[in-house]
Design a protein around this ligand. Structure first.
Ligand SMILES: CC(=O)SCCNC(=O)CCNC(=O)[C@H](O)C(C)(C)COP(=O)(O)OP(=O)(O)OC[C@H]1O[C@@H](n2cnc3c(N)ncnc32)[C@H](O)[C@@H]1OP(=O)(O)O
Ligand SMILES: CC(C)C(=O)C(=O)O
Length: 515
């Protein structure tokens, strides 16, 4: 199949910025524009020059900086808008004015308060004026998906004659439905006598979650420009997500008659940049750029991916800029993923029985914890390889903690070992720190605290607090757990539990009877 070029028109810096809360400074817009250039989008809509002095400056500096993408400014059909856009784009290597006017009966009557004839006249004169200022002019029929077909034919034919090189058919309010919208696009291209003199473009909103579907359906019917945004940012529910459009066309080469020039490996870095600048987080299950887009947690899928990646992946994580796909260990994982991760960590078991025991313990732990990290596995394996501790354990006797505003918290506790009680007191930076210091004073384990985690087992203030303490000494890592409605007691128990696993209590400080 001979592929035609699909123009990727990115409007993150214009429509994306119309998301409440997503406005960006000039410097931030410039950073995003540079990333978009690296991503190799064909057109960057940098802003709406007339809207504010700041946006004018942002469009201007992007136009002066970006060399490899066309830089575009939006403009209404008024003289001032067009003039400001042209002024901001003066130094662009390749600049475009994007002018628009609404063509639906509802917008013309209530918003513009203009007759259809006036709208045609204004559109034509705006396009002519823009063409006198710059060579590349795009014209949009705002609210095209609710506009009358014959009226669209009339206005499009005239603006093409006036010099518009791109005709954009926005689904401004996200009302379109894929088959219907694409059919209209296709019929307009077929019907308008001079349609071959322009590129037809789509700009879809996501009010019904159909922005990408509508855009792709229109591409099948002849649209050769898609307007889209990084992470689907945009007015209200957003615009079509660039990453989804690009990867759909690339992944389903077998059905799309087009290709883009996007460097797909820049997708994830650009998505992260936009998310960090706007403060709009990317949901984990977002296609392509969500943290879970290439992550597998269930055993059957993990087994499949480990045997042959394509069983559960239609794209390669690296192709869109992730360093790798992910096998996440959790309660739904199976032996295949568990053993594969142990192998990656260089952990080997003497026998199959040990491996099975480790797997059983892993499942128990996974029932309590959402995600199992490498350190959890190392701890779990250390415990098994050391074997169950044989001697007696150090246990907690009583514990008193005084924590007063403005004073260092103070802990007093007793530890039991071989029927004897040992007393200790300490101050700390916080109550938990005071408890751990009091224990350390007696045991002198010198273990390093690697993790301290508190989980509420149930909801409510009477919930049991479940504490995990991870200690490391001499390369060995152990996890200790403790639970109690008093989280200080739970913390002390978790710490002691870890110490008992780390070191035979007999080897601890002489005060506890050790060497
Ligand atoms: C579908 C879209 O996304 S369109 C782009 C939307 N983006 C924005 O609006 C962001 C930037 N906008 C702005 O900063 C301001 O709205 C400005 C500077 C453009 C205009 O501000 P104001 O002059 O105060 O007008 P205001 O925003 O209140 O109203 C819009 C005016 O533009 C008119 N208008 C709307 N679209 C067009 C158009 N395509 N061509 C000409 N006039 C238009 C409206 O009828 C209204 O005119 P009126 O004041 O005579 O009733
Ligand atoms: C100005 C046009 C392209 C627009 O943003 C819309 O109709 O949604």
């Amino acid at each position: 199949m001979d592929k035609q070029h699909l123009v990727i028109f990115d409007t993150t810096l214009r429509d994306g910025e119309q998301s409440p809360g997503a406005s960006m400074t000039k410097e931030e817009k410039l950073r995003v524009a540079k990333a978009l250039e690296k991503l190799r989008v064909d057109v960057i809509e940098a802003g709406f020059a007339v809207s504010s002095p700041g946006d004018f400056e942002a469009v201007k500096s992007i136009a002066e900086t970006v060399k490899d993408s066309t830089v575009c400014s939006l403009a209404r059909t008024t003289h001032l808008d067009l003039e400001r856009a042209a002024e901001a784009l003066k130094k662009a290597n390749s600049g475009r004015i994007h002018t628009f006017i609404a063509t639906s009966p509802i917008h013309m009557k209530y918003k513009l308060q203009m007759t259809p004839d006036q709208v045609v006249e204004q559109a034509v004169s705006a396009v002519k004026l823009a063409r006198n200022m710059i060579g590349d002019v795009e014209f949009s029929l705002e609210d095209a998906s609710r506009s009358e077909f014959d009226f669209m034919c009339r206005i499009i034919e005239q603006v093409i004659n006036a010099g518009a090189g791109t005709i954009n058919l926005p689904d401004t309010v996200g009302y379109g439905f894929p088959e219907e919208y694409a059919e209209t696009v296709g019929k307009l291209i077929e019907t308008i006598p001079n349609a071959d003199k322009a590129i037809f473009s789509v700009h879809c909103h996501n009010d019904l979650g159909l922005a990408v579907s509508n855009s792709l359906a229109a591409v099948m019917k002849g649209a050769r420009q898609v307007e889209c945004t990084i992470n689907g940012l945009g007015e209200r529910a957003g615009n079509a997500a660039l990453e989804e459009v690009v990867m759909a066309v690339r992944t389903r080469k077998d059905i799309f008659p087009v290709e883009t020039r996007i460097d797909t490996t820049q997708i994830v870095p650009t998505s992260r940049l936009v998310s960090s600048i706007t403060g709009f987080p990317v949901q984990p299950n977002k296609a392509i750029v969500g943290a879970n887009a290439f992550a597998h947690e269930s055993g059957i899928h993990q087994d499949g991916v480990l045997k042959f990646r394509e069983t559960y992946e239609i794209m390669r994580a690296q192709d869109v800029g992730w360093s790798t796909n992910k096998i996440v260990l959790g309660k739904l994982s199976g032996r295949a993923a568990f053993s594969a991760r142990l192998e990656e960590l260089g952990i080997q078991f003497e026998s199959k029985a040990d491996l099975n025991e480790a797997f059983v313990r892993f499942k128990e732990l996974a029932d309590k914890k959402r995600e199992i990290y490498d350190e959890d596995l190392q701890a779990l394996v250390s415990e098994i390889q050391v074997g169950e501790t044989t001697g007696e354990q150090i246990t907690l006797g009583d514990l008193e903690v005084i924590s007063k505003t403005g004073q260092a918290p103070h802990a007093e506790l007793t530890l039991n070992f071989k029927g004897e009680n040992y007393r200790s007191t300490a101050e700390g930076d916080g109550p938990v720190d005071a408890v751990f210091k009091a224990i350390e004073k007696l045991t002198k384990s010198e273990a390093e605290l690697k993790l301290y985690l508190v989980n509420a087992v149930t909801e409510g203030t009477d919930s049991q607090g479940e504490v995990t303490v991870r200690l490391e000494k001499g390369g060995r890592i152990v996890n200790g757990q403790g639970a109690d409605t008093d989280i200080l007691v739970a913390s002390a128990r978790a710490y002691l539990n870890a110490l008992n696993l780390l070191e035979s209590p007999d080897r601890l400080h002489p005060q506890l009877g050790g060497v």
